[in-house]
Ligand binder design. Structure first.
Ligand SMILES: Cc1cc2nc3c(=O)[nH]c(=O)nc-3n(C[C@H](O)[C@H](O)[C@H](O)COP(=O)(O)OP(=O)(O)OC[C@H]3O[C@@H](n4cnc5c(N)ncnc54)[C@H](O)[C@@H]3O)c2cc1C
Length: 271
C-alpha cells in the first residue's frame, strides 16, 4: 500500500509471503510499478485525470525458433488485417498479426498461425516467411492511456505506471527510459544542489514526450483494419501510406518519430 503521498515522507507498506508487514519511508517515492500498478491508483481521483482510448483489436504474438525472414522489420497492411514481422536475433523471431481481443491463443495450431502470417504478408515480392517451432503465443490488447499529472505530492510516476501505448510504435520501453532520464536529472539536482525546480517541472517535461509518443503510436495504429471500416477506409489507408512513403518529409517524420526525439531541455510552454 502507498500512503501519505503529500507528506514530507510518503510510505509504502509491504507484506511478505507469510503476511508480515513492514513500512518503508522515503523523501520521494517513484512509482515504476507498470500499467496495473498501485501507485497511480493511490493518487486521489479528484487530483488526477485518466485519459484513454481502447481499440477493437489486439495483436496475436508469437516467438519462434527460426532465422530472420528479412533484414528489417516488416509492417504489413492487408485485406485480412495488419501483421508485423520483427527480428530478435539470428535464431529467435517475434511476429504478430492483428486479431480479435478475445481470441484464445491456445486454440491456434502452429500450422494455422504460419498460414495466417504468410497470407498477411503475401505480395508481389514473393517473400516467404522462415518458419520454425513456436514456443510462445500471446494476445496483446491495445490501450492508449495517460495519467495526468505524473506527480502528486512526493510521489512521481514513471514508465507504464503513468502511461501506456499500443505496441505499434514500439514506444513503451523507450518512454519509460525517457521518463527515468528526466527524473534522474531532477533528483540529482535536488540531492546535490537542494533545488526542487526540476522535480516541480518533471510532470510537464515528461508529458511533452508522452503525448508526442501517444500521437505517433495512435497514428501507427490507425493503419489497422477496424471491424466497422469498409472499402473506402481501406483505400484511404493505402493513400495515406503512399503519401508517407513517397514524400521525403513524410518519411523523415516517420523515421524521426520511430527512432525517438532527442532529450529536451526546453521548458514547458517554450516554442
Ligand atoms: C509483448 C510485448 C512487446 C513489447 N515490445 C516493445 C517494444 O518493442 N518496444 C518498446 O519500447 N516497448 C515494448 N513493450 C512495452 C514495454 O515492455 C513496457 O512499456 C515496459 O516494460 C514498461 O516498463 P516499466 O518498467 O514502466 O513497467 P514494467 O516492465 O511493467 O515493470 C513494472 C514492474 O513492477 C512490478 N510491480 C508491479 N506492481 C508491484 C507491486 N505492488 N509490488 C512490487 N512490484 C510490483 C512488476 O512485477 C514489474 O516487474 C512491449 C510490451 C509487451 C507486453
Amino acid at each position: 500500500m502507498v500512503d501519505r503521498l503529500t507528506a514530507d515522507r510518503p510510505t509504502i507498506v509491504t507484506a511478505d509471503a507469510g503476511g508480515a508487514t513492514s513500512t518503508i519511508e522515503a523523501e520521494v517515492l517513484i512509482g515504476t510499478d507498470g500499467s496495473g500498478g498501485i501507485c497511480k491508483r493511490a493518487i486521489p481521483q479528484t487530483e488526477r485525470r485518466d485519459f484513454f482510448v481502447e481499440y477493437p483489436f489486439a495483436w496475436f504474438g508469437i516467438l519462434c525458433e527460426a532465422p530472420p525472414s528479412a533484414p528489417e522489420l516488416i509492417y504489413a497492411h492487408s485485406e485480412r488485417g495488419f501483421a508485423l514481422i520483427s527480428q530478435r536475433n539470428d535464431h529467435i523471431q517475434r511476429m504478430y498479426f492483428q486479431c480479435d481481443p478475445d481470441q484464445d491463443p491456445s486454440r491456434w495450431s502452429d500450422e494455422q498461425i504460419w498460414d495466417e502470417l504468410q497470407r498477411r504478408i503475401d505480395g508481389p515480392d514473393g517473400l516467404q516467411l522462415q518458419q520454425g517451432p513456436i514456443f510462445d503465443k500471446t494476445v496483446l490488447r491495445f490501450l492508449s492511456y495517460v495519467c495526468e499529472p505524473m506527480r502528486y505530492g512526493n510521489v512521481f510516476l514513471a514508465g507504464d505506471a503513468g502511461h501506456t501505448v499500443p505496441p505499434t510504435g514500439a514506444k513503451g520501453l523507450n518512454l519509460a527510459l525517457a521518463d527515468v532520464r528526466v527524473l534522474s536529472e531532477a533528483l540529482i539536482s535536488w540531492a546535490s544542489a537542494g533545488s526542487r525546480e526540476l522535480l516541480d517541472r518533471y510532470s510537464a517535461t515528461a508529458l511533452e514526450r508522452v503525448w508526442r509518443s501517444q500521437n505517433f503510436s495512435y497514428w501507427m495504429t490507425s493503419f489497422h483494419r477496424r471491424p466497422d471500416s469498409g472499402a473506402f477506409e481501406h483505400k484511404r489507408q493505402l493513400g495515406e501510406l503512399d503519401a508517407v512513403v513517397s514524400s521525403r518529409h513524410g518519411s523523415a517524420y516517420l523515421a524521426e518519430a520511430y527512432t525517438g526525439w532527442p532529450a529536451t531541455t526546453r521548458e514547458p510552454g517554450d516554442r
